[in-house]
Design a protein around this ligand. Structure first.
Ligand SMILES: Cc1cc2nc3c(=O)[nH]c(=O)nc-3n(C[C@H](O)[C@H](O)[C@H](O)COP(=O)(O)O)c2cc1C
Length: 221
């Protein structure tokens, strides 16, 4: 696959055919993804290929309330779980409650479920002492997650990165045997796409790029 096509056209895939994905395919995907960059090249990722149906069901059950909360907050126009306090809002009775999510309710039938963890002891969290939530550490593991999606596409597969399980880490961590000082950073679903969206909707460069400073003049191409 051409790298430009990969970058421009690897959309989220959430519906999969029943075709299975064998270990050698998963192995090839991870074998490409491992070339992702990380701070100090410390490669802090760990991957659990979740196959056990009981673990999958319990993972899906732990993620569902997070999804419900996410949808409810989105419906109120709030960025869910933002570390920036939103303007006051109220959960109203019209706020959606239990929202079906086929990836979670049918997690048993998804061809590949990968839980990705990061070893916090190998991550230089450059912004950890600032008066805001740290974010830089994610840069040592999310390129790896994105490379998994790109490598999957090269195999004719599609998938999606999710982070619901992190919010429920008190349940999902022990369920997955998350080691000490590790964070669960993503659950990635993969499979043969029912449909691969390749025309993605993204803001233009000029909407987010300025010269010299973030309050500088708009960058022109
Ligand atoms: C960090 C991260 C977390 C995400 N979490 C979820 C999720 O929990 N559930 C989900 O369905 N999609 C999730 N996505 C997928 C995004 O919704 C998707 O990338 C975005 O809407 C763009 O979709 P498109 O590439 O098909 O245009 C996540 C993506 C990222 C990068």
């Amino acid at each position: 696959m051409d790298i430009v096509d990969g970058l421009r056209g690897t959309g989220a895939v959430r519906s999969f055919t029943n075709d299975r994905v064998d270990h050698s395919t998963i192995g090839r995907i991870l074998d490409l993804a491992r070339f992702a960059p990380s701070g100090g090249n410390r490669q802090p990722w760990r991957v659990a290929v979740v196959e056990d149906l009981n673990i999958r069901d319990r993972l899906g059950a732990a993620m569902q309330p997070v999804w419900d909360e996410y949808v409810a907050m989105s419906a109120l126009g709030v960025t869910p779980f933002s570390v920036v306090p939103p303007a006051p809002y109220e959960m109203t009775s019209t706020t959606p409650g239990n929202t079906p999510n086929l990836m979670l309710s049918e997690i048993a039938s998804i061809p590949v479920v990968l839980a990705v963890a990061a070893d916090l002891s190998s991550i230089a969290m450059m912004d950890k002492d600032l008066d805001r939530a740290p974010i830089t550490g994610g840069a040592s593991v999310y390129p790896f997650c994105w490379s998994i999606l790109l490598a999957a596409r090269a195999e004719g597969l599609g998938g999606v990165i999710t982070t619901f399980a992190s919010r429920a880490e008190k349940i999902t961590g022990p369920l997955l045997g998350l080691p000490e000082n590790h964070a669960l950073v993503a659950t990635i679903f993969l499979g043969h796409p029912v449909k691969q969206a390749t025309k993605l909707s993204r803001e233009p460069v000029t909407s987010f790029t300025t010269i010299d400073r973030f309050d500088g003049p708009t960058f022109t191409m």
